[in-house]
Design a protein around this ligand. Sequence first.
Ligand code: AKG
Ligand code: FE2
Length: 304
Amino acid sequence: MAAPTITPLGYAMGAEVTGLDLRRPLDAATRRALYEAWLRHVVLVFPDQNLTPEQHIAFSANFGELDDHASQAPETLLDGHPEILVVTNKHRLGKPSGTRNTGRNWHTDLSYTVRPAKGALLLCQEKPPVGGDTMWANLSLAYETLSPKMRGIVDGLEAVHDVTLVKGIGQRDPTIVATMKARNPPVVHPMVRTHPDTGRKSLLAGERISSILGFSEEESQALLDFLNTHATSPEFVYRHRWRVGDIVLWDNRCTCHVALPDFDQTQPRLMLRCSLKGEAEGRLAEAAPAANREAMIQAVAALS
Ligand SMILES: O=C(O)CCC(=O)C(=O)O
Ligand SMILES: [Fe+2]
């Protein structure tokens, strides 16, 4: 098998991989080369790969075990292939799609479960003439560019991730939303993760975090706003303009991403996603409400 050509696409991350036909199994040397390229470039783009579901699943398995999508509503999975999530604005089974606005705020896939995905492989099957772009932010760079003092603060923090913060979830089919909520109670993850393959630390930022443990609501919100703005600033972002047949593989252990609504929603967009099963384990959140500023003022007043 000839070595693939790997062309960097951005400073923060991203590289295009050409010279491979992903319909065929990879030999061991190519698999190793791709895995190394993935760790180095974080987001890999494979153009012109119109894979069948079976080929998509087989190619994805080169990068890890596949997630069975038990956290998702079954209606959003591809018939006969639960390893594939269908992200589309097209009607499915005669109803508006349960994933028509998936990914509309910055997130790390499946962070609302105890086992966020290791990575994911998204295949573009149909796209609007313009727009429908996806952006990824490099959370290792985000962590490393915090001041040493701030790194010291976030290093020890844990945060609550909540599926109800998925943007636009309220506009989805209520049955699908009820399943998502029932399957995914709030969970706690450390705010700083260490990448199991590279040892690099990254900031687990994103807009599906409801609070930081031990902080008041106001303190949480202010720090989360700062961290999210910092983490998703343009210098840490790769923005992908899709072409039909693109497969994008991202490392979900050190990135977050957002699917932009920058297109005419009457035009079809159809993406298929395999998720790689996560390695890290979070824990279920306990239902302890965070203190708020007003309650703390009253508590102090009661003592004086
Ligand atoms: O549709 C997209 O571009 C990405 C949606 C998303 O967040 C995902 O599939 O993980
Ligand atoms: Fe996503």
